[in-house]
Design a protein around this ligand. Structure first.
Ligand code: ATP
Ligand code: MG
Length: 406
């Protein structure tokens, strides 16, 4: 059986009744974007699902793109036929014959949604199953753990026949759960934190702190490339704010509080990120912190660092192990870029023995003694260079599908 359609099921947002209409419209736009290079293909919206009619467009290419779309729970290549018993039986058999490997066990699962169809679901299971069994003498029924589940959905507009259910990215459509600023370093963790945030429906702007000329031009390129990878998933351009941190970092270093330098740097970073968030109407800050990973990510450090901002700090990786984070980084294609060896502004000043339990009062006192810290923060905000990073390879899809998003 050759699939002529793709059935798309939505993710968890179907639970959110109030916003459902908006989410579904976003999904429709997103899928239209994926189909843009294939003008013959069409998409229709029925009963909380989407149906793509391929009209000759390549299933594999489209499936690859659909797997990246946040909000798609799963999808299936399907064949739609008239709701006619004989046609259903024949197409079901055709599907069984077209499988890449002949199965030993199977089961039929019929869902009769159209109650005007004369046979109910249990009757249909039997009518279709017996037809297949007669034609395939080696095949056995196994209702518990079948190798192949032959699915038949009898809907008012026709009957869908399929067996494959492909897992989607899940989550919520990009941008349907508000906006946050992502603190994006050149490391492994923060791009993964960004990906997981986007999957939850957050729109992101990225902030990177550099210490040019101490940090190199390549370090900047690396962060641009990581943002480009993330934009591949958002499907729309992501703003990257480049903040010159050299002056602040130098001032913090000259306070001679070596064990506290990372704490101090992070607090200034958060203040700048908060200012940017206010300008962009973002309501949270995302970081790649993972509990206990380094001195600045102990609970004690996070407590003192986090008090420098009033915005919620979102840390998607907080309870994850490094191996799990690396696995996701590899899957989403950021790992290879993240491990390029260019200096980050923080690695330049890594103290020999950073504190794991800073004291808030002491830290506040040190900050108060640094001349012009507030002014330097203002200047850093004023001097920000903002770049809009577009997703590389998907420009056609993006241009066609998402113009009127934001
Ligand atoms: P990453 O792999 O994301 O760099 P890390 O394990 O190296 O994380 P840190 O360097 O301590 O941890 O950074 C913790 C978090 O602080 C990062 O995940 C990131 O969100 C933020 N951060 C650190 N350095 C920068 C920077 N130069 N620009 C923007 N954000 C940064
Ligand atoms: Mg880092």
């Amino acid at each position: 059986m050759k699939a002529d359609m793709i059935l798309i099921r939505f993710g968890e947002f179907t639970l959110k009744g109030r916003n459902r209409g908006q989410f579904e419209r976003r999904m429709l736009q997103k899928v239209k974007g994926v189909l843009a290079p294939f003008p013959d293909a069409a998409v229709a919206h029925t009963y909380g699902r989407l149906y793509i009619t391929l009209n000759g467009a390549p299933y594999e290419t489209i499936a690859k793109e659909l797997k990246l779309v946040f909000g798609i729970h799963s999808f299936s290549p399907v064949r739609r036929i008239e709701s006619d018993l004989e046609m259903i039986r024949e197409t079901a058999l055709e599907l069984m014959h077209s499988l890449p490997k002949e199965p030993v066990t199977f089961k039929v699962s019929v869902r009769r949604v159209d109650k005007s169809f004369p046979y109910d679901s249990p009757e249909m299971n039997h009518l279709v199953g017996s037809h297949v069994l007669r034609a395939c003498p080696n095949l056995k029924v196994n209702v518990r753990e079948p190798e192949v589940e032959l699915r038949v959905e009898i809907q008012p507009e026709g009957t869908y026949i399929f067996n494959e259910v492909v897992e989607g990215a899940g989550g919520y459509p990009y941008g349907t759960n508000g906006k946050a600023m992502l603190l994006l370093s050149g490391g492994i963790d923060s791009p993964v934190a960004g990906y997981l945030s986007m999957r939850k429906g957050l729109e992101l702007e990225a902030v990177h702190f550099h210490s040019y000329p101490f940090t190199s031009e390549q370090a900047k390129e690396k962060v641009i490339e990581l943002t480009r990878r993330l934009a591949h998933y958002s499907g729309v351009p992501i703003k990257l704010h480049m903040v010159s941190f050299t002056e602040i970092q130098t001032a913090l270093a000259s306070s001679n509080q070596e064990p506290l330098i990372i704490t101090l740097m992070r607090r200034s970073m958060l203040r700048i990120a908060q200012r940017l968030a206010e300008q962009s109407a973002a309501l949270g800050i995302v970081t790649g912190d993972s509990l206990g990973q380094v001195a600045s990510q102990t609970l004690g450090s996070m407590n003192v660092i986090g008090r420098s901002t009033e915005l919620p700090l979102l840390r998607p990786l907080i309870m994850m192990d490094k191996n799990d984070i690396i696995r996701i980084a590899e899957e989403i294609g950021t790992y290879a870029t993240s491990i390029l060896p260019y200096e980050d502004c923080c690695t330049l000043f890594v103290p020999k023995s950073p504190t794991t339990n800073p004291n808030l009062k002491v830290v506040q006192k040190i900050e108060a003694c640094i001349p012009n810290l507030d002014k330097m923060i203002e200047e850093a905000v004023a001097g920000i260079e903002t770049i809009s990073i577009t997703p590389g390879a998907r420009t056609t899809a993006e241009a066609a599908g998402n113009d009127d998003w934001f």
